[in-house]
Design a binder for this molecule. Structure first.
Ligand SMILES: Nc1ncnc2c1ncn2[C@@H]1O[C@H](COP(=O)(O)OP(=O)(O)O)[C@@H](O)[C@H]1O
Ligand SMILES: [Mg+2]
Length: 288
């Protein structure tokens, strides 16, 4: 294992599927006595989603945002033989070997900013970060933030860096520039109405997005998830992520003003708006 790789564990027990989001991650125990939310390499959207989880999750961590630890998880599909759901069985069967795990936070609740107001500084940093990585999945419907022991955590970065779904090789400079300057659609973002302090976030975070930080986040992706047709080798794929993210940082003059405008047009919400938060982990079992 290289110094840059994620910590690696082996799953020893399949507990249950998690059904709140769309991707049916599995809750599993591992040989380090930890419990992890496992995202499958054989899921329908493919490994780019796992790459996005790692790059954006580690980038967020590098910027000081709270993200539970990410690990790679060795999986033997035979662990799931007692799982009655055919869809889950298929996912496991398609995902032998390396998968992605996130440290499971037991008893965490979905963070509802109506019920638990978040601080404008934090809201600004999360919104700024989501605009940097183009996160389309931190909405009122799917907050993808947990509240655990009174503190917020960011989860689920699979729907970031969506530009990589169309990659067919290294981007020419003109294509890179246009993509990096694309405005971020924050209209459904869950923190848009939490008085996010975008300017403070920009002043604090932009200088931290250095080539070293971005390279370190990209370096944590396992080689075998970076075999992309059209690229010469894995190093060229890593380089494409780094160039694109640094270009995004440098294109803030294009995406920050419309984002400020979106915040200004959505006055702060006050009071609880969505009722009591649901438990983040709703263990669901087919009645037997
Ligand atoms: N680290 C974690 N600790 C506790 N609960 C989690 C954790 N990660 C995910 N969950 C729960 O599982 C659900 C699904 O996970 P998520 O990463 O959002 O996957 P997806 O939305 O792609 O299905 C989350 O909405 C949350 O309720
Ligand atoms: Mg989710």
């Amino acid at each position: 294992m290289s110094a840059s790789a994620l910590r690696h564990v082996t799953a020893v027990r399949y507990v249950t599927p998690l059904r709140e989001g769309g991707s049916l991650p599995g809750l599993m125990e591992a040989d380090d006595l930890g419990t992890y939310v496992v995202k499958y390499s054989g899921a329908g959207q493919g490994v780019p989603v796992l790459v996005a989880e790692v790059v954006s999750g580690e980038l967020a961590r590098g910027l000081g945002l709270p993200v539970p630890e990410l690990v790679t998880v060795e999986l033997d599909p035979a662990l799931g033989t007692a799982e009655p759901d055919q869809e889950v069985q298929d996912l496991l069967r398609r995902s032998p070997g390396l998968n992605l795990g996130m440290d499971f936070l037991p008893g965490a609740l979905d963070l509802d900013p109506g019920a638990f107001p978040v601080d404008p500084g934090f809201a600004g940093r999360v919104l700024w970060f989501d605009a940097l990585v183009g996160n389309v999945d931190r909405t009122w419907r799917n907050v993808n933030m947990l509240r655990w022991h009174g503190a917020p955590y960011l989860i689920d970065h699979g729907a970031t860096l969506t530009f990589h779904h169309g990659w067919s090789g290294p981007e020419p400079p003109e294509v890179l520039a246009v993509g990096a300057a694309r405005p971020y659609d924050a209209s459904a973002h869950v923190l848009l109405t939490a008085s996010p302090d975008l300017d403070a976030a920009d002043a604090e975070l932009a200088p931290l997005v250095t080539p070293e930080l971005v390279r370190a986040a990209v370096a944590r992706v396992p080689d075998r998830w970076l075999d992309v047709p059209g690229f010469a080798d894995v190093a060229q794929v890593r380089d494409a992520y780094v160039r694109r993210l640094l270009a995004r940082r440098d294109a803030r003059d294009a995406w920050l003003p419309p984002l400020r405008e979106a915040v200004a047009q959505h006055p702060a919400r006050t009071g609880a708006t969505t009722g009591s938060p649901r438990p983040a982990r709703q263990i669901w079992r087919r009645p037997t």
